[in-house]
Design a protein around this ligand. Structure first.
Ligand SMILES: C[S@@+](CC[C@H](N)C(=O)[O-])C[C@H]1O[C@@H](n2cnc3c(N)ncnc32)[C@H](O)[C@@H]1O
Length: 359
């Protein structure tokens, strides 16, 4: 007997067809995401953007790939609205908007890093499935390395668009200090994208990025060297709760506080090492204040990432697992427990909430 029969409820035919339609749409999106990753990795979008319109044969020749795979890939991409098809010439091209979002890595609209994140997070699917039963965690560093590349590529466009122009000016007196020459710590810096963006914008200031993941720090050091910033920018493998130094004018946490095993310890250390009139900048994913305020595309995406990555990392450290969709009040509680006197949202974007904490 079906559950509907057991519970004596009727199935509405229209509603079940609408639901199936939605699920089939999700099937297409989920499978295509793997193909979008291949499109970025093999330069298929870039080649189409530079040389389109192209036939499947032309795209295959230009990218050194097999035409049969490319032909199938192109049908999938056109069906999903990622590329355009002209039936008469049987050629494919990208609109200027598709090209900008999928191929221009320095654009604030660049979105393709997300495919690396999805590919990497889904590698952890069976381990996380087992963790649902055991309650165990999974460390950030145990994920597929494309997670670290993808995270930088996914977040950097937002930092490029907003960090210098909007977020820093929203903090109390921080922009002025950075222009004159300030001391800044970027905690949980990952690949150092935010650290380097700030260092380029404020040539009189000194920056140090801290992260507990050694491979990310190694990457950041190389990036600083390549950018010619090594004299004013350094990176160290250190946990947030143990950062060295004192009298920082600004301590920043970009998309990492909710991942941490000991967010209160991290905040305590920030409080102790900030200058008396210094500020902590805490950038967190956009999320609602209630559970139901997350029932949208952003909340769906961030809660999925949180289940596969952010929550397990905190649980691996026996932490409180704030999660990527932590409410403002849950974040405030940890920041205030760390010794800060004030915590307020100073600005936001569709993807991020930007908070300032002061001693
Ligand atoms: C989602 S990534 C964000 C990286 C970077 N801030 C960015 O925006 O691209 C979270 C980072 O926090 C780091 N992290 C997590 N817990 C940490 C801790 N207790 N101390 C230092 N870093 C930590 C991870 O290693 C990872 O690099």
């Amino acid at each position: 007997m079906s559950i509907a029969e057991q519970k004596k409820v009727a199935i509405d035919s229209e509603k079940i067809h609408a639901f199936l339609g939605k699920v089939v749409g999700d099937f297409g999106a989920a499978l295509s995401s793997g193909l979008n990753y291949i499109g970025v990795k093999l330069g298929l979008y870039k080649t189409l953007a530079q040389h389109g319109p192209l036939s499947s044969q032309e795209l295959a020749s230009r990218t050194g790939t097999n035409e049969r795979y490319i032909r199938e890939w192109l049908i999938n991409q056109a069906a999903g609205g990622y590329v355009e098809y002209d039936a008469q010439s049987q050629k494919y091209h990208l609109t200027p908007e598709q090209a900008e979002a999928l191929t221009n890595e320095s654009s604030p609209f660049y979105i393709a890093g997300g495919f690396y994140v999805i590919k990497a997070m889904l590698q952890a699917q069976s381990r996380i499935g087992d963790n649902f039963k055991s309650g165990q965690g999974m460390l950030w560093g145990d994920h597929d390395p494309d997670l670290f590349i993808g995270t930088e590529r996914f977040f950097r466009p937002g930092y490029t668009a907003h960090l210098i122009g909007t977020w820093i000016p929203a903090l109390t007196g921080v922009e002025e200090k950075l222009k004159k020459g300030a001391k800044v710590a970027d905690v949980g810096c990952g690949h150092g994208a935010s650290t380097l963006i700030m260092a380029k914008a404020y040539p009189n200031s000194h920056f140090v990025g801290y992260d507990s993941h050694p491979a990310s720090i190694e990457y950041s050091r190389k990036a600083a060297k390549e950018a010619g910033l090594s004299e004013r920018v350094s990176f160290e493998v250190v946990k947030a709760e143990n950062i060295p130094g004192d009298k920082y004018d600004l301590i920043a946490f970009f998309d990492c506080l909710h991942d941490m095993g000991d967010p209160v310890g991290a905040m305590k250390r920030a409080c102790d090492t900030l200058a008396a009139d210094g500020s902590a900048l805490i950038v967190e994913p956009m999320a609602g204040n209630t559970v139901e305020e997350n029932f949208n595309a952003i909340g769906r995406t961030f809660s999925a990432a949180s289940t596969l990555c952010c929550t397990p990392n905190s649980l691996a450290h026996k932490g409180p697992a704030l999660g990527a969709v932590a409410s403002e009040s849950a974040l405030r509680e940890k920041v205030i427990a760390g010794g800060f006197k004030s915590f307020k949202r100073v600005t936001e974007t569709p993807f991020n909430r930007i908070f300032e904490a002061r001693r």
